[in-house]
Design a protein around this ligand. Structure first.
Ligand code: ZN
Length: 160
């Protein structure tokens, strides 16, 4: 990866870290509240989800939490990516983001190129989210990046 691209990626991450999107809380119920914790780094995240049962759309999402810059930036980016999306779209994004990260992890560990995971990425536009791949230098930090996505997935599963 060229250093220019890496600089750009770092900017995107810093922007989300300094100006996190969708911070706050929602009333529970009707919203649901899901906590996530990454013991490897001490990152914490709480995801408030408001899903419209008629349209199965994430009409609102709010985030609280604290931790390292990667976990907090990833949480902000996740909230911006799924707000207004259908639950199906959100699940697709979760799968694609986790595939992106595990392909990256395989590369960091010098294993396969992860092409078996590539189908989860097909046809999904991750946009800025790809920036996280550029700043996660060690496999252990990938847990920081995926924390909010796992918490979102749990929130969607527990809904209703
Ligand atoms: Zn972390």
């Amino acid at each position: 990866m060229s250093s220019n691209l890496e600089d750009l990626y770092r900017e995107v991450i810093l922007d989300h870290y300094r100006s996190p999107r969708n911070r706050g809380e929602l009333e529970v119920p009707p919203a649901t509240k899901t906590d996530g914790f990454n013991p490897l780094c001490g990152d914490e995240v709480t995801v408030y989800l408001q899903v419209d049962p008629e349209t199965d759309t994430i009409v609102d999402i709010k985030i609280q939490g604290q931790g390292c810059s990667i976990s907090q930036a990833s949480t902000s980016m996740m909230s911006a990516a799924v707000k207004g999306q259908s639950v199906d779209e959100a699940r697709k994004l979760i799968r694609a983001f986790k595939a992106l990260m595990s392909i990256h992890e395989h590369k960091l560990e010098g294993e396969s190129d992860g092409s078996d995971l590539a189908s989860d990425l097909e046809g999904v536009r991750l946009g800025d989210l790809e920036a996280l791949q550029g700043v996660v230098k060690f496999p252990v930090r990938i847990k920081c990046a995926t924390l909010s996505w796992n918490t979102l997935a749990q929130g969607l599963d527990e809904r209703g």
